[in-house]
Design a binder for this molecule. Structure first.
Ligand SMILES: Nc1ncnc2c1ncn2[C@@H]1O[C@H](COP(=O)(O)OP(=O)(O)OP(=O)(O)O)[C@@H](O)[C@H]1O
Ligand SMILES: [Mg+2]
Length: 262
């Protein structure tokens, strides 16, 4: 059994590419860690953006998400420290792309990540799973392991396009694999408040998602795009920047929603 009963597992998912999933995972994770939560990020994307963005070399780890998804290796051996106190990562691997195929013939193939997380001995308050831009078996594993889904939505034309597919997948997983899964939040990313587009998209998202839409919006800023190449979250890279302020605000809202604010 897992040690921490109030541990929350969050899948950060949207099958659309480049909407800010990895940026949100890294920076919300770091902001939560700065607020005293013990945070584990599980990199579920073969692109390994969350791993490299946290300064961890994916070639340099004993156990990665690919191993976990194939039921090999102990998750506790794959927990790597980052430059941020209380923020850890399980690295991804390019091989994770092959897992989609290798899993096809497996029994309980949707539950493998959940089994790994449930078996974890190390104590964490929050586990964030950075999903790849697809609705394949890796994302299904993440949603099966999760208590909740956080959906980053890029503030652009057709922002809601394709979300019906994601919502249908979530419903299917709720009925067949993981009844406790809920949509916890939708967050607007790369928001440029000078444009009328931003206000329009924001209104559409709020109409569609209602109260689960975060009040915090993540601005489009160069600093947020630069931080990963230094292997650091914005929280340590440039704590006073607008991006850092926004991700702290998102983390604060998340904690309030979970009754964890002090
Ligand atoms: N708020 C922001 N301001 C400026 N650039 C951003 C912001 N958020 C993300 N980016 C940049 O946009 C690109 C896509 O972001 P990110 O990698 O977080 O998206 P993703 O949804 O994880 O992508 P993928 O689907 O490929 O995994 C990256 O280059 C990132 O640095
Ligand atoms: Mg990503």
């Amino acid at each position: 059994m897992s040690k921490s009963s109030d541990r929350v597992v969050v899948a950060v998912a949207n099958q659309k590419g480049g909407v800010g999933k990895s940026t949100t995972t890294i920076n919300m994770g770091a902001a939560l860690a700065a607020m005293g939560e013990r945070v584990l990020i599980v990199d579920g994307d073969p692109q390994s953006n969350a791993t490299s963005g946290l300064g961890v070399d994916r070639h340099d780890v004993a156990v990665n998400t690919y191993d976990l998804i194939l039921g090999q290796g102990d998750i506790d051996d794959g927990i790597e420290p980052t430059s941020v106190k209380d923020l850890f990562v399980v690295a991804s691997s390019i091989d994770l792309a092959a897992a989609e195929i290798e899993l096809v013939a497996r029994m309980s193939r949707e539950h493998l990540l959940r089994q790994a997380v449930d078996s974890m001995e190390t104590d964490f308050d929050v586990v964030l799973v950075d999903c790849p831009p697809s609705l394949g078996l890796i994302t299904v594993n993440a949603l099966t392991a999760a208590d909740e889904v956080l959906i980053p939505i890029q503030t652009e034309y057709y922002a809601l396009e394709g979300l019906t597919q994601l919502l249908r997948s979530i419903e299917a997983i709720q009925s067949h694999l993981n009844p406790r899964l809920r949509i916890e939040g939708a967050v607007l990313t790369m928001y440029d408040r000078r444009t009328t587009l931003a206000a329009e998209v924001s209104a559409q998202v709020r109409e569609h998602f209602g109260d689960v839409t975060y009040r915090t919006v993540i601005p489009r800023t160069v600093r947020l795009a630069e931080a990963p190449s230094y292997g650091e979250p914005i929280e340590s890279f440039d704590p006073k920047s607008r991006g850092a302020v926004a991700y702290r605000s998102l983390a604060t809202e998340w904690r309030k929603r979970h009754g964890r604010s002090t």
